[in-house]
Design a protein around this ligand. Sequence first.
Ligand code: ADP
Ligand code: MG
Ligand code: ZN
Length: 484
Amino acid sequence: MTEYLATIGLEVHVQLRTRSKMFCSCAVEFGAEPNTHVCPVCLGLPGALPVMNEEALRLTALAGLMLGCEIGPVCKFDRKNYFYPDMPKNYQISQYDLPFCLGGAVPLHDLSYPKDAQKMIATKDKKIRLVRIHLEEDVAKSFHMETVSGIDFNRAGTPLLEIVSEPDIASPEEAFAYLTVLQQLMIYGGISDADMEKGQMRCDVNVSVRPVGTEKFGTKIELKNLNSISGVRRGLAFEIPRQIEILRAGGTLDQETRRWDDVRGETTLMRIKESAHDYRYFPDPDLLPVRTAPLVAAARARQPELPWEKRARFVADFGVSEYDASVLSDDLEMAAYFETAAKGARKPKNVANWILNDLQSALATASLGIRDCPIRPEGLDELVHLIDSGVINSRQGKEVFAEMFSTGKAAAGIVEEKGLRQVSDAGAIEALADEVLAANPGPVADYKSGKASALNFLKGQLMKLSKGKANPSLAGEILEKKLQ
Ligand code: ADP
Ligand code: MG
Ligand code: ZN
């Protein structure tokens, strides 16, 4: 049976995080009352003139720098001519032959793949090349109700990046990883909040299949209506076998656009592409070409540390594992939290462990993000210090942690209040040890006849007797000495 390869290229739209729109001063605000952020420019009324948003230009330059693109000396804006109800001025301002950025790449990373696919990554450290990034204006949003449709122009004119990949993506899992890294970079750079649920990041998927051993790409089919990164994965996981099945049965594929139905889990035909659309692009006469040098200089000054740079630094400076560094730097706020907590810590690795285990699960249980964490990073550092310096033991640490998380109180205060101070006084522990040994002649005899595990039992008895307050390692040492 013929085996097939999948070829995938993504066109991703990202709304820039600016206060105002691309060519007018209307506010960019998600979720506002419809048609409250509008003016003659973004409504497309005749005679209105566009004025460029310089911050949008700087953010585009920043995206280009972070993705390693080439930025030419000059870019310009062109009119893409078509009529659509959500774009009633009959053209969209976009970029055609002189886009802001060319080339570049998105480097995939193990943790950017879906969790269940991280153990079987086909090509490690793969880079997905980009064709280009251009800047354009978003269109309005249509709503289809029972008998009427409505159009909200609040979105019209929002600055929008279009990031076009080469057809380098070979599987649904790689598409997932690509989008995850791209989204992370947008957030790292403050370029966009890139929330797919809010439509701040949207994705058109192009996918084809061809027999293994052939060079020429198969017929490209476009998928629409993919509203989440996992939706993109699911859509492709449905579409690729569908195409292969048709070819295996001797059929042919048409260049078509298909809609992903997330509830039914299938793609259905929207339209067949009969001919290439002629958009009759021409330079927008209302907008001068843009010299990019000053924008690139401004963007360079705000270039953030990149996720892979942060990972390497966490490993070098804090002695955490590669994997832990990846998880900690995955989310920018989590990374900042860890860094603050670990800054003065003697054992930053222990701070990392508390964040990755107890803190993450407490946050998940409470459905809280790290931003709303009731424990400040300095507070976590203090708790870890109390444990590392032997004031409390790690079991008491868990109790203190739970109290800190539910009340927001400081660790030292809770330790005092609850009288949790660990007993590290040798005399006190010796007295407890004597009591335990006297009460448990059986295990004592077992130990003496060579059953080493009996010591753990005796240690457990001592901890119980101390109400959990004894320093466990000291308790073990003293018991062992007395048993010799
Ligand atoms: P169009 O002009 O139809 O928009 P483009 O050449 O601009 O097509 O490509 C759009 C996207 O489709 C790009 O991301 C590109 O990588 C991808 N692409 C192009 N050809 C194929 C193919 N045969 N199979 C899968 N993806 C493709
Ligand atoms: Mg295209
Ligand atoms: Zn406006």
